[in-house]
Design a protein around this ligand. Structure first.
Ligand code: SF4
Ligand code: SF4
Length: 248
């Protein structure tokens, strides 16, 4: 059997997840020994843009008709579709204003010419097509990407943490920023997987990995209000990457 064929694509986003893949410098040669990367515009100028793919990894949110068409075409030619990064999984930073008046936003930024732009409120990939695996993070964690490739080569999907960031934080024996300093730390509502990188550096988590599926935001917000942290403060912080209550 030949190597599995893989495509790596970017919709509207910062390309940080594709860069995270290219940054797997020590593992890149092993990767290309096991997978056949056929279509990866950011990594190669020679691509097969029409072949069938076993796996497509797609970064970015859908903000334009062009994105939507591209995503549907990728879905059609791929066996498995992986949403790569917080924008692809949740809508991400671009979805901050998804309920705002689009025409007004375009005019505010681009003046009269804004009316002609191909631009729509940001959507996550699963809002348009079936997504088989999500690797969240802003950007993704290298280890989770490599685990996904290893899992897919073995014919199964990787299992990622499904618990709150606080668990990782406490396992690292950090003092809690929320309890001990009264800071707005989004750890209780954020899915683990980054090793509590920010609290480890004494910086409150801003929830860049997106929400925990099983979180109970209302109960958490009530508890925080009792500690003097306003609901709005937490909601504003969390909605930078995914609105409270966002679920697949
Ligand atoms: S510092 Fe933040 S992530 Fe760590 S335990 Fe406290 S609330 Fe959770
Ligand atoms: S601690 Fe929070 S903000 Fe920092 S990388 Fe992890 S999820 Fe993102």
């Amino acid at each position: 059997m030949g190597k599995p064929t893989v495509g790596i694509f970017g919709l509207t986003g910062c390309a940080g997840d594709q860069l995270a893949i290219l940054n797997c410098e020590d593992e890149l040669l092993d990767l290309v020994a096991f997978i056949d990367i056929r279509d990866f515009l950011m990594g190669s100028s020679g691509n097969d843009t029409g072949c069938a793919l076993d796996v497509a990894l797609v970064e970015g949110a859908v903000l334009t008709n062009r994105d939507a068409e591209m995503l549907r075409a990728i879905r059609q030619r791929s066996g498995l579709l992986v949403a790569l990064g917080t924008c692809a999984v949740w809508g991400g930073v671009a979805a901050l204003d998804r309920n705002a008046d689009r025409a007004r936003l375009l005019e505010e930024i681009y003046g009269e010419t804004g009316h002609g732009y191909d631009s729509m409120p940001a959507r996550a990939l699963h809002e348009l097509v079936k997504v088989d695996l999500r690797i969240t993070g802003c950007p993704i964690e290298k280890d989770q990407f490599l685990a996904a490739i290893a899992g897919l080569l073995n014919g199964d999907l990787p299992v990622y943490p499904d618990y709150a960031l606080c668990t990782e934080c406490r396992m690292r024996e950090n003092n809690c920023l929320l309890i001990e300093r009264g800071e707005v730390c989004c750890g209780p509502l954020t899915v683990a997987g980054c090793g509590a990188r920010c609290p480890e550096l004494r910086i409150a988590c801003i929830g860049c990995r997106g929400p925990l599926d099983d979180a109970n935001p209302n109960s958490m917000l009530e508890m925080l209000e009792k500690k003097g942290i306003g609901r709005r403060q937490v909601e504003d912080k969390l909605r930078t990457f995914a609105p409270i209550g966002a679920r697949q």
